[in-house]
Design a protein around this ligand. Structure first.
Ligand code: SF4
Length: 193
C-alpha cells in the first residue's frame, strides 16, 4: 500500500468500519467534528498511514468554514499533539474497540463512539441498510448488537461486506472478531475492493 495522502483519504472510506464511516460522513457534512470525534478519527487516520503534514492539509480542508487563523489557533496544535510533536511528545496510538465501546460515551452533537454500542437499534438498522445490507442481514447484525455483542456484530458486518465483494464462488467467509478499527481497515483493504 502506498502512503495515504490528504487527497486519498476520502476514497479509502469504503474500507472504514461503521464508527469511522459515521465520523467521516459527519465531518464532510458539517465541516466540523467535536473533540472526541477528532481524536477517534484523527488517530485512526494516523494509524492507516496519514502522516502529519498530510493530516494538517486534510483537516484544514475539511474544516472549510474556519479561517486559517482559527484553524491554526484552535485545531492545528491538537493534530500535532496527536503525532507527538507538542506537549509531552507522546506518540499516541489509535483507539481500540474496547476503549471506544467502554469509555467516553457520545453526548448530543457528538459523533464518536461505536454505532453497535451507542446507536439505538432503528438507527443502527438504517445505517446498515444504507451500507447495502439486506433486511435479513441488517436484522441479524442489529440483534447481535442488541444482545451486547458489539464487536461480533461489527465483524459480521465486515463478513457480509467482504462476501459481497468477492467474485469467486464465496465459501462462507469467517474473520476473527475485530479488536480495533485499524484491524478492520487492514482486513478490508487486504480483501480487495
Ligand atoms: Fe468501530 Fe470497533 Fe465499534 Fe466496529 S466494533 S464500529 S471497529 S469501535
Amino acid at each position: 500500500a502506498g502512503e495515504v495522502t490528504a487527497d486519498s483519504v476520502d476514497s479509502l472510506a469504503v474500507h472504514f468500519p461503521l464508527c469511522m464511516r459515521h465520523l467521516h460522513t459527519s465531518l464532510l457534512k458539517d465541516h466540523h467534528l467535536r473533540h472526541g470525534g477528532r481524536m477517534q478519527l484523527g488517530l485512526f487516520l494516523k494509524g492507516i498511514g496519514l502522516g502529519l503534514p498530510e493530516a494538517l492539509v486534510y483537516w484544514r480542508r475539511a474544516f472549510s468554514n474556519l479561517t486559517d487563523d482559527q484553524f491554526q489557533k484552535g485545531y492545528a496544535y491538537n493534530i500535532r499533539h496527536n503525532y507527538g510533536q507538542e506537549g509531552r511528545r507522546v506518540n499516541y496510538t489509535p483507539y481500540s474497540c474496547n476503549r471506544i465501546i467502554t469509555t467516553n460515551p457520545p453526548g448530543p452533537g457528538d459523533h464518536h463512539g461505536c454505532p453497535f454500542r451507542h446507536f439505538a437499534s432503528d438507527r443502527l438498522n438504517a445505517a446498515l441498510r444504507q451500507d447495502g445490507l439486506g433486511e435479513a442481514e441488517a436484522t441479524e447484525v442489529v440483534e447481535l448488537a442488541r444482545n451486547g455483542h458489539y464487536q461480533v456484530a461489527c465483524t459480521r458486518h465486515m463478513e457480509i461486506n467482504l462476501r459481497k465483494r468477492r467474485t469467486e464462488p464465496a465459501e462462507e467467509l469467517r474473520v476473527d472478531t475485530v479488536v480495533s478499527p485499524n484491524q478492520w481497515f487492514d482486513l478490508s483493504v487486504g480483501n480487495g475492493k
